[in-house]
Design a protein around this ligand. Structure first.
Ligand SMILES: *[C@@H]1O[C@H](CO)[C@@H](O)[C@H](O)[C@H]1NC(C)=O
Ligand SMILES: *[C@@H]1O[C@H](CO)[C@@H](O)[C@H](O)[C@H]1NC(C)=O
Ligand SMILES: *[C@@H]1O[C@H](CO)[C@@H](O)[C@H](O)[C@H]1NC(C)=O
Length: 649
């Protein structure tokens, strides 16, 4: 019904309309919809393993839409052989599941097979007929068959097509859309991702990613039993410790917690197999979200955690705060000092900080008349990743209640009122605190009054020295800026990047200088600010030629590294469409990472589509043309631009 370029397998443009309605992008700001429609839905028997048809080593089982493939594989340089699932047509392929990761077959064994045993279970048997691996469930029916779905789920079904076992219930190191991880405290089931030992050894490695059973749950990566990374508490749409996990980008994420059943599960929903993405934990402990880009035929990394040492759990120790923009990255909370000055100065912060003065509420007050005891005060810190080990007070519904609860209980060391969740208080050492440059929470920490009260003279000394310091720094920075500006030759990172981007097909982008953007936005003046997104503020600006632009200044501690930034530029520039807001260029100078968009006063496409008043302005003919345009571009529809700009502009 429509002509779409040949590489596109899409058949139904209608589904685009549906998809646009469902543009609740999954898992990342890079979500796109590849119009991949399931082919050959009626799968034949050749897609199944049945009691009479085992899977031999020279065979594979392919999902009906040719997306996933299951078979035997031997990793590079390994003497072992495994049964696993990988993407059928993608190169490099990626193994997403391994059946027998901890009980390998010898790679020399050429007569192993995967069969359905007499008890209805799947069994992997070696050349000597020893059972190496089995699904090991109780099967009521006398007939079962196993098949691989286009979502990557290997399922064993009985003769009534009731699922008796599914690989999705036994993840290895990878989570696919619609897969769940979590736990059941009643049964003790713990469904987690466990890293490979190394790139060529699928056996269970050191790192585990899962969620906790606390309320609200947190996402964690553990190294053995030690915390390695913490994504923070779930606020019903995001994990608030992941700085750029903007709720609107992640609306496919869901956490279901049932305190009665003792279950907590996390999943990424996908209504169909419209895009290819996975998240996995690497042998080195990095949790990465990858999305397949059909344009460059490669996996793009959209986020990795931890992405800097501030994101590693407890880098600054108890009562230490980490800020990746500072040098050194760790400092003590106001009113605290390093436990060991010497270690701290050596850059070993793990022992953290201790109080400079005892809390007056903890002092034995019988000796001093209470009128002389100065009450403790709370230090306010903003844009924070809330510390670990919080207690959640579900019955307190406002900031004031949270504050007074904490003030009136000496065991309460800190509190924070998180709007989408409620009142958190802390009674244990505050650990894994990070300072973000945008978003984050307000946290109030109890300290002795002595720490904040100081004499006027002291204040005076401090303020003069601060002013002098600022003046000095200002001069130095200006000098440095002049110097780097004069030095900025063809090897500046921006230019080097532009060359690289050229190869990546994004060459029509302009490389802006930071100074030109300063000029265009009147030094990022607050009056030019259009909005604030999870990634940083967006400003309106005007170029020399009078062209209006929207400038998105990515916060440096957004967790987005250079690689991710580059990927974002490539993806946006590939995916952009004339009906959406156009990316004009970018700027990379020092710590600055900036995206420059065309400024559209009309806002974005989806504000047209989903705003009931303006909907009328778009007739079906126009819509159809937009859709066709999108579809013919790359066979990838995107939500990213519509979303980004509708939120942030
Ligand atoms: C195996 O090694 C070859 C050559 O080094 C490489 O091209 C290939 O991607 C590797 N395969 C895997 C699965 O690592
Ligand atoms: C940092 O200090 C801790 C505690 O004193 C010690 O166990 C650890 O080995 C030190 N790490 C380094 C890298 O020195
Ligand atoms: C004070 O706070 C601690 C820690 O949160 C809690 O266990 C205790 O029950 C509180 N005491 C009162 C009287 O609320």
């Amino acid at each position: 019904m429509c002509r779409i370029n040949q590489s596109c397998r899409a058949r139904e443009v209608h589904s685009v309309i549906l998809n646009m309605r469902l543009m609740t992008p999954w898992c990342s700001f890079l979500v796109f919809f590849f119009l991949l429609l399931v082919r050959d839905i009626a799968s034949g028997a050749d897609h199944n393993i049945t009691p009479s048809e085992p899977l031999f080593q020279n065979q594979t089982l392919v999902s009906s839409g040719q997306i996933f493939e299951l078979g035997f594989f031997t990793p590079n340089g390994s003497e072992n052989q495994y049964v696993g699932i990988w993407y059928k047509n993608l190169r490099p392929s990626r193994i997403v599941w391994v059946a027998n990761r901890d009980s390998p077959l010898a790679s020399a064994d050429r007569s192993a097979k995967l069969k359905i045993g007499s008890d209805g279970n799947l069994k992997l048997v070696d050349g000597q007929q020893n059972i190496v691996w089995s699904t090991n469930v109780s099967v009521q029916s006398n007939y079962t068959a196993a098949m691989l779905s286009d979502g990557g789920n290997f399922v064993l079904k009985d003769k009534n097509s009731i699922e008796v076992w599914a690989s999705f219930d036994y993840p290895t190191d990878t989570i696919l859309p619609n897969m769940k991880i979590g736990l059941n405290t009643r049964t003790g089931e713990r469904r987690v991702l466990v890293s490979w030992k190394n790139d060529n050894d699928p056996s269970s490695g050191n790192f585990t990613t899962g969620i906790t059973s606390e309320t609200p749950p947190q996402v964690f990566t553990w190294n053995g039993w030690t915390s390695y990374w913490r994504g923070g508490p779930w606020d019903k749409s995001t994990f608030i410790g992941i700085p750029n996990m903007d709720s609107s980008y992640y609306s496919g994420y869901a956490v279901q917690q049932d305190p009665l059943q003792g279950t907590t599960y996390f999943s990424c929903a996908s209504d169909n197999n419209s895009y290819l993405a996975y998240a996995s934990i690497s042998p080195g402990g990095i949790l990465a979200l990858m999305i397949w880009d059909y344009g460059s035929n490669s996996w793009l990394k959209s986020r990795a955690s931890p992405s800097n040492s501030c994101e590693v759990y407890g880098t600054c120790g108890p009562f230490g705060v980490c800020n990746s923009m500072n040098s050194p990255i760790c400092r003590c909370i106001k009113g605290f000092m390093p436990r060991s000055k010497e270690e701290w100065n050596r850059g070993n912060w793990t022992r953290g900080c201790i109080r400079e003065a005892e809390l007056s509420c903890q002092k034995n007050t019988s000796r001093t008349p209470s009128t002389q005891v100065k009450k403790d005060v709370f230090v306010h810190m903003n844009q924070m990743k809330v510390p670990d080990s919080a207690e959640y007070l579900s019955d307190i519904g406002d900031v004031g209640g949270c504050q007074s609860w904490c003030m009136n209980n000496c065991s309460c060391l800190a509190y924070s009122y998180v709007h989408a969740i409620g009142c958190f208080v802390w009674a244990k050492d505050l650990i894994d605190i990070q300072e973000f440059s945008t978003a984050g929470q307000d946290v109030y920490i109890r300290v002795a009054h002595d720490n904040t009260g100081m004499s006027t003279q002291e204040k005076l000394i401090i303020s003069t020295s601060t002013i002098l310091g600022i003046m000095f720094e200002g001069t130095a920075i200006f000098g440095l800026w002049k110097w780097t500006a004069s030095k900025r030759g063809k090897m500046s990172p921006g230019n080097a990047w532009k060359d690289q981007l050229k190869q990546d097909d994004a060459s029509e982008l302009t490389l802006f200088s930071f100074s030109s953007l300063l000029l265009a936005t009147n030094n990022f003046d607050a009056t030019n600010k259009l909005g604030q997104g999870g990634f940083g503020p967006v400003y309106k600006g005007m170029l020399n030629d009078g062209k209006e632009i929207a400038v998105k200044r990515l916060s440096s501690s957004s967790g987005q590294g250079m690689e991710e930034f580059k990927n974002e530029i490539i993806l946006i520039s590939k995916l952009q469409h004339r009906n959406l807001v156009r990316l004009m260029g970018f700027c990379i100078e020092g710590e600055e990472k900036i995206l420059v968009y065309e400024y559209l006063s009309n806002k974005s496409l989806d504000s047209f589509l989903f705003d009931s008043k303006r909907k009328a302005e778009l007739n079906w003919d126009t819509r159809f043309r937009i859709i066709q345009g999108i579809a013919s571009g790359l066979c990838i529809c995107i939500a990213i631009l519509t979303f980004e700009l509708s939120i942030e502009i």
